[in-house]
Design a binder for this molecule. Structure first.
Ligand SMILES: Cc1ncc(COP(=O)(O)O)c(C=O)c1O
Length: 468
């Protein structure tokens, strides 16, 4: 089922679900006290993030307001035939037109269970994609999507700068399987045109890029790839994979701009509270079976309790949190810009942001308002790179010991403001001499804005900056 903005997919939902085989789980529609299915298309996406779908065949829980936690690693099967049917159906959804309306036959948590599947429905909806599959972490999701799209001999084209573990996956692990990666500056789409070879299978990037927040023009990349794909056989086509972790679907929906797949670390702003790890791949319907098989066999399955927390706390509060964090981020970014000890501030919401026009076009919320995200990258001032590194370290150490509202910790998208030094922490896997070429300055600091009062964050920053 393709999902469109504002829930226009509801026509499918309004169809009657088929009678279930041996229906131990049964039809949610028949048992629900809500007699009529709700026409969701009348409501905004922000409301959908709270309620998900008015009808889900994934679990019958009509007495609860909040979905309960499923705490069972394995599932009761009423007969050998039902067990066999469950195995037969698993990862064979593509030719099954009614699959979205059937109560699944749950077998074993690693294959699927209600909390993950409900979260997957919400995530596909939030990204306006056809299907979502969750994983144990963001890296689980990144490796799964790359895993299903590549084989030995293939090439990936990636932006020159990526999150440290993704970089290591591509430079340390994949060459062992004869999958190679060309790193190019995708801010200039001409570089992409030049880098494509007959072996190219994936164009991979984050936008905004971790940690510098530079942007890649998703529609621009899509146009080039679409033209290239016109000359290719289906099994040789190139797929665009976008890591949308920094923006979240609230600020940017890459599939609507021509990307084929979106990956997320749910550990970040979608989870939002920093309590759970998780990852997701959102993509075309045909990819679901492949991703489910990959997850089953490689084992990186999202824990049920984490799926539940992201489903009931994370997604429903995403819009509220991000909108507030963006307001604060803009004020903090402006404060940093005006500070004499700061050399450079990168925040897509600033007029001085080098790709401001692209930011306004690409980073918009569900109603089209500019949504520049919740992260800031800044560089402390000093003439020498070593001087900047020392000053960044001093500032971070001061804040780690003395700040109330700023915590030294990796990760991002938390209700608490987090600070870190990418060069020595999240991006330490990139050799120091390469870091500068890729745009990570030794004095560069990443700040992930939380929900504290903006004046308090600025107070802590100003006290720290006074010490360097
Ligand atoms: C942009 C980006 N993608 C992927 C990941 C990996 O996510 P996880 O830590 O959930 O595996 C991270 C983690 O920081 C990230 O920043």
């Amino acid at each position: 089922m393709s999902k469109k903005p504002n829930g226009t997919a509801s026509s499918v939902r309004e169809k009657s679900p088929k009678k279930m085989e041996n229906g131990s789980i049964g039809s949610a529609r028949e048992k629900s006290p809500r007699k009529k299915l709700i026409n969701e298309s009348k409501y905004s996406m922000e409301t959908h993030l709270i309620y998900g779908r008015s009808f889900t065949p994934k679990w019958e829980y009509s007495h609860h307001v909040v979905p309960p936690i499923s705490a069972s690693a394995t599932f009761r099967l009423e007969s050998a035939q039902r067990g066999a049917l469950g195995f037969l159906r698993f990862a064979h959804t593509i030719n099954d037109e009614e699959v979205e309306l059937k109560a699944p036959i749950y077998i074993y948590d690693r294959l699927g269970e209600p909390n993950k599947e409900m979260l997957e429905e919400y995530l596909a909806y939030a990204e306006q994609g056809e299907s979502a599959v969750t994983f144990a972490s963001g890296m689980g999701a990144v490796s799964a999507v790359l895993g299903i799209l590549t084989k030995a001999g293939d090439e990936i084209i990636a932006h020159k700068l990526l999150y440290g573990c993704t970089y290591e996956l591509l430079t340390y692990w994949y060459p062992r399987y004869q999958i190679t990666t060309k790193f190019v500056d995708l801010r200039n789409t001409l570089n992409l045109k030049k880098a494509i070879t007959p072996k190219t299978r994936i164009v991979y990037f984050e936008t905004p890029v971790n940690p510098t927040l530079e942007l890649i023009d998703i529609a621009g990349v899509s146009e080039i790839v679409r033209e290239e794909n016109k000359k290719r056989k289906p099994n040789e086509r190139i797929y665009i994979v976008v890591d949308n972790t920094f923006a979240t679907p609230f600020c940017q929906r890459p599939l609507m701009l021509g990307a084929d797949f979106v990956v997320h670390s749910l550990t970040k702003n979608i989870g939002g509270f920093g309590t759970d790890m998780g990852g997701a791949v959102i993509g075309p319907k045909w990819s679901r079976d492949q991703l489910l098989l990959y997850r089953k066999d490689f084992g990186g399955v999202l824990g049920t309790k984490s799926a539940w927390a992201i489903l009931v706390y994370g997604l429903p509060t995403l819009a509220l949190r991000v909108r507030q964090q963006e307001k604060t981020a803009l004020e903090v970014a402006r404060y940093l810009c005006s500070h004499p000890k700061i050399q450079y501030v990168s925040y897509p919401g600033l007029h001085t942001f080098p790709q401001y026009e692209l930011a306004k076009k690409q980073m918009v919320d569900y109603e089209g308002n500019f949504a520049p995200g919740t992260l800031i990258y800044f560089i402390v001032k000093d003439e020498s790179p070593e001087g900047r590194r020392r000053k960044a370290e001093k500032l971070i150490n001061y804040l780690a010991k003395n700040a109330y509202t700023i915590t030294l910790a990796v990760s991002l998208g938390n209700i608490r403001t987090l600070i870190e030094h990418p060069g020595s922490m999240t991006h330490a896997t990139i050799p120091a001499e390469e870091q500068l070429k890729k745009g990570i300055d030794p004095g560069g600091i990443r700040l992930s804005i939380g929900l504290e009062k903006v004046d308090d964050i600025i107070l802590d920053l100003s006290e720290g900056l006074a010490r360097i």
